[in-house]
Write a protein that binds this ligand. Structure first.
Ligand SMILES: CC(C)(COP(=O)(O)OP(=O)(O)OC[C@H]1O[C@@H](n2cnc3c(N)ncnc32)[C@H](O)[C@@H]1OP(=O)(O)O)[C@@H](O)C(=O)NCCC(=O)NCCS
Length: 173
């Protein structure tokens, strides 16, 4: 039986090693890492999945970012991801369990950006199971290369305007 706990209760070295196995050690070069550089994970929206023997088999992190719109104020967003599942445990529903747990926590929270989630990921997964789409992200810019079809968002407060994704550096995580 998989159990979900706060990511804060897990050794960070174990989480980093899991992310290396799921995404490769060069993952830090990805554009998503540049967008959130300098921020800390949002603790109430970041979780670990443990197996029966309390071994780490999955994780999800969320980060404080914002859209610096070309014409208006900074709009707070929550960047979701990476979502990672230990390769030997993939395709068993753990990724979905982690995402649904985070989405429920976001729905119940009043944190800045909780009603405007975004991520970079496969629409075939994040659209199909969780309702993320690229319908409002077409004019967003990021500090690095990305495929527009993989820039996804979800929630009633997602801004549909031109702007650049930036970290929210001064907020408590
Ligand atoms: C992507 C990931 C988080 C999914 O978690 P998981 O626990 O393995 O997947 P789940 O059991 O929740 O969901 C399985 C279903 O999602 C589908 N799926 C999984 N990853 C997918 C992807 N990248 N694109 C499309 N569909 C995907 C599977 O085909 C399966 O569909 P089915 O039920 O119709 O057979 C996990 O596989 C992972 O960590 N992968 C390595 C990192 C990675 O590639 N991440 C890319 C995310 S953009």
């Amino acid at each position: 039986m998989t159990r979900l706990v706060s990511l804060d209760s897990i050794d960070s070295g174990g989480v980093e090693a899991l992310l290396d196995r799921a995404f490769g050690a060069d993952r830090h070069l990805r554009t998503a890492y540049r967008v959130r550089r300098g921020t800390m994970p949002i603790s109430p929206l970041s979780f670990a999945a443990l197996d029966e023997e309390a071994r780490l088999i999955g994780s999800i992190q969320s980060w404080p970012v914002a859209l610096a719109s070309d014409t208006g104020p900074l709009v707070p967003l929550v960047m979701v991801g990476p979502v990672a599942v230990e390769p030997a445990h993939q395709q068993a529903g753990i990724g979905r369990k982690l995402m649904h747990h985070m989405l429920d926590a976001a729905d119940a929270s009043a944190l800045p950006g909780a009603e405007a989630l975004m991520l970079i990921g496969d629409p075939e997964y994040y659209g199909r199971f969780f309702g993320f789409d690229s319908s409002r992200t077409g004019r967003w810019r990021m500090p690095g290369p990305f495929e527009p079809r993989r820039l996804l968002a979800r929630g009633p407060a997602v801004p549909n305007c031109a702007g650049t994704l930036v970290p929210r550096l001064r907020e408590a995580a």
